[in-house]
Write a protein that binds this ligand. Structure first.
Ligand SMILES: C[S@@+](CC[C@H](N)C(=O)[O-])C[C@H]1O[C@@H](n2cnc3c(N)ncnc32)[C@H](O)[C@@H]1O
Length: 285
């Protein structure tokens, strides 16, 4: 295990279960967001996301879920993702241990590989849970979205007494439309399952306050810690893979170098081409 600490942001390189068990204090975290391996065969830089049986995958998940619940403050919130296939198991496992307040669908515009003989997968499920349904953070005013119905048409809500114009903002429902992170987007990092900044922004704004501590045990490209920092929260990120950890060190701790190796975001193919073209045809430097 390697620990990198800079100001209010801690990055651990190592195994999530080991670090949750030995490094994170019980009842110390305000918000946990977990986007684990989904057991669907993704390649995480050489680490295959596939267990030999579904039971072994679930056994492993139940271990880190239980640890996360221990680490959460009594007022804390827990967001957890997994593949559509396994979410029902997570749901049943969690129901007796924590309050599940919302079953969220993160819906997107493309399934990646186009399915021809079945319906392509266009969403990922997220459970939003709290330890105490009478005492938890939910900053609804910070995540309001446009209400597309009544307000746009200047309608009056006659169910209210006295009747009132419809509000033009509302708290989002449980179907969230955010595009997946694509290669050409500014936020793109070299990670196969990077989550969008906008998704984490909504979660962190709603379920934490400035100065709160946010934990992500499977950090990947460290989107959670990156957004936590932008929103003035403290962050703890765990990631087993060294290459992905380097993304976090650069993205969150703004490190330019690790053990003599320069840390930089790989230029995109078209950036390299543009640069080559510029230097070939406009050798002004
Ligand atoms: C679904 S990805 C997370 C993506 C992340 N939310 C993002 O926005 O980039 C899961 C991550 O868990 C990491 N991982 C797999 N097994 C792990 C373990 N035992 N402990 C810590 N991290 C692990 C993988 O390397 C991968 O980067």
């Amino acid at each position: 295990m390697i620990k990198h600490e800079h100001e209010n942001h801690i990055i651990y390189q190592g195994d999530a279960i080991e670090i949750l068990e030995h490094e994170i204090k019980d009842s110390s975290v305000d918000l946990i967001f977990v986007d684990p391996p989904y057991n669907i065969g993704k390649d995480f830089n050489g680490l295959k996301d596939k267990w030999s049986t579904d039971e072994l995958y679930l056994e492993w998940c139940y271990k880190w879920i239980s640890l996360c619940l221990k680490k959460l403050k009594p007022t804390g919130s827990f967001y957890v993702m997994t593949s559509t296939q396994f979410m029902p198991y997570f749901d049943i496992f969690l129901r007796s241990k924590i309050e599940i307040l919302s079953r969220i669908v993160w819906s997107y515009d493309s399934s990646g590989v186009q399915a021809k003989k079945f319906y392509g997968s266009m969403y990922e499920p997220i459970l939003f849970c709290v330890k105490d349904k009478n005492n938890y953070t939910f900053n609804s005013n910070d995540i309001l979205v446009e209400a597309k119905t009544g307000a746009k048409r200047n309608l009056i809500d006659y169910r209210k007494n006295p009747p009132q114009p419809y509000s033009n903002e509302k708290v989002p429902g449980n179907v969230w439309d955010f595009p997946r992170v694509r290669y050409r987007m500014d936020e793109y990092e070299n990670h196969p399952t990077q989550k969008p900044i906008a998704l984490l922004e909504r979660i962190i704004k709603a379920s934490s306050n400035e100065g709160d501590t946010i934990l992500d045990p499977f950090s990947g490209s460290f989107t959670t810690s990156y957004v936590a920092k932008k929103l003035k929260r403290k962050s703890i990120g765990i990631e087993i893979n060294e290459e992905f950890t380097k993304i976090g060190l650069r993205r969150v701790q703004e490190m330019g170098e690790l053990n003599g190796e320069k840390l930089y975001r790989e230029p995109k193919i078209y950036e390299v081409k543009n640069f080559q073209q510029q230097t070939l045809f406009e050798p002004k430097l």
